[in-house]
Ligand binder design. Structure first.
Ligand code: ZN
Length: 54
C-alpha cells in the first residue's frame, strides 16, 4: 500500500492518508476515506467538547 494525498473537505488543504492509516481503516472495516486533515479532525474534537447550544 502507498501513501495517498487527499483533499480536506473543511480547509481544502492536501493531507496524507498514510499506508499505515489505510491499514488501520481496513482493519476497522471502514470503507470510506477520511474527509478531513488531522488539524480539522482535532479541531472538530475540541469544538465538540466545547459546544453549547444557545
Ligand atoms: Zn483541514
Amino acid at each position: 500500500m502507498e501513501d495517498r494525498t487527499l483533499v480536506c473537505q473543511d480547509c481544502g488543504m492536501d493531507f496524507i492518508f498514510t499506508a499505515g492509516e489505510q491499514e488501520f481503516y481496513k482493519e476497522k472495516g471502514f470503507d470510506n476515506e477520511p474527509k478531513r486533515c488531522k488539524e480539522c479532525r482535532d479541531r472538530k474534537k475540541r469544538d465538540r467538547g466545547q459546544y453549547r447550544p444557545e
